[in-house]
Ligand binder design. Sequence first.
Ligand SMILES: Cc1cc2nc3c(=O)[nH]c(=O)nc-3n(C[C@H](O)[C@H](O)[C@H](O)COP(=O)(O)OP(=O)(O)OC[C@H]3O[C@@H](n4cnc5c(N)ncnc54)[C@H](O)[C@@H]3O)c2cc1C
Length: 480
Amino acid sequence: MSDPIIIAGGGPVGLLLSLELGRAGVPSVVLEKRPGHHEDERVGTFHSRLVEIFRERGLMEALGETPPWPAVHFGMVWLDLSKLESEYNLLVSQTKIEQLLESRAAELGADIRRGHTVTGFEQDEAGVTVRVTGGEAGAYELRGAYLVGCDGVDSTVRELAGIGVTRSGKSWYGVMGDFESYDGEFDAGVRPGGVFGALPEGTGRWRLQTLEFDIDGPPESEPVTVEELVSNIKRLTGETKVVGEPLWMRRYSGTTQLAERYQEGRVFLAGEAAHYYVPTASHGLNTGLSDAVNLGWKLAAAVRGRAPEGLLESYHAERHPAGYRACQAAQAQMALIHPLEKVAALREVFQELVGIEEVNRRLVTWSTDIRYELGDGEPAGSLVGRRVPHVPLRTAAGESGTGELLGGGRGVLLVLDEEFAVPSGSESRVDVVRAEPVAELEASALLLRPDGYIAWAGSGAEAEGLKSALDAWFGGASGS
Ligand SMILES: Cc1cc2nc3c(=O)[nH]c(=O)nc-3n(C[C@H](O)[C@H](O)[C@H](O)COP(=O)(O)OP(=O)(O)OC[C@H]3O[C@@H](n4cnc5c(N)ncnc54)[C@H](O)[C@@H]3O)c2cc1C
């Protein structure tokens, strides 16, 4: 049995990564310094790409109630989600996501150790030795094949790996929480100091959120209080409000930061350890979970000795630009919000521009519809490099969908033309599935990676380029 993959940090990103490894039958150890789960009910705006990912893994139903959340904005300029059929948002509690991912990862064999903190590591050619505090002995060493830092914004792994971060733009500070009562009205407005949101949640409860720019909040060591929130609201709105008992409350602050690289030898970064930006952009979780899905199958292939040359390096090549794009969108949004007196005209222009359908579409999907450079100079409209859309299919085995095909965690050669000649040796590397042609996928065959990305698409009966795409992503047939 190979050494496990060690994951520092059992937040949503670390837990999804361990689940991905479990699906591929690869052992992992998750080291999480928190003894329990977060108690907050931070909601995630869960977008359609993530729904696809969760569906493929059979996780959607277990999330329970996931109300739709049609309000999407770019820097508090409202966008129209109803114009885009494939795009929607759901509201999902992050605590629920973490609990679900943890229980599924554990079912698949992940060794999840809470109350265990990564304090150091050394890597060599064969693996990584990680130093941990916690457990019965108080401290121990653990040997792994690879180490992944999913340990959040102040990542210890990132620092010890010597990976720098690029910090840029305004700093932000805010408080968010749910409260038993509030003596105000619905609010979702931009103010000179930042943004204030007050959303009634039924049964008299309110979700309140403040966000201010270029001011320092109290030090992290000080617990967040209702008084702090009330004074933030006063600074933003000029009004003194009465806020009832908190059900949970959280303070957040920071500046945009992007790791300079996502890999250092056998050490990788994912989630907020790699990219961190203002939560009003509502995509942090989405970008992080997409990192985990991208990295999981590649690490699994490497541990099994099946990774073709360059497969692990493709993680940085694909996900660093995605992280950059998410940071860029978050910064652009802050620039549209603050300082209000300087950006009011820009907001008016922007408001008019988002009425153009293509602008609306581009902004809704800016950080979520990520295309990788997979083909050799593929034209812009090509399917290659995109995530396969969720499309119903009629296969020889019956009704199915593109998502279901990926449920096994393997690559898939989807053949939509009965004349198409499948190259010999394909079956040993990917699942070969024949289905009736569908209008949404204009190709005679498509090669899907386990993360749902289209690595190759061909038309006609010939499989030109397919053999090299299979070699590039799944290794030579002998390695299968
Ligand atoms: C108020 C707020 C609202 C948000 N809303 C949204 C939203 O609507 N949509 C969205 O997509 N995103 C949202 N986000 C962002 C989202 O919560 C984060 O992107 C997400 O939690 C990042 O997950 P992660 O696993 O990378 O990091 P984290 O959740 O920070 O997890 C990192 C884990 O590593 C552990 N750790 C740290 N150091 C060590 C160590 N040395 N050893 C072991 N463990 C360690 C920590 O205890 C932590 O559990 C919001 C964030 C905030 C603050």
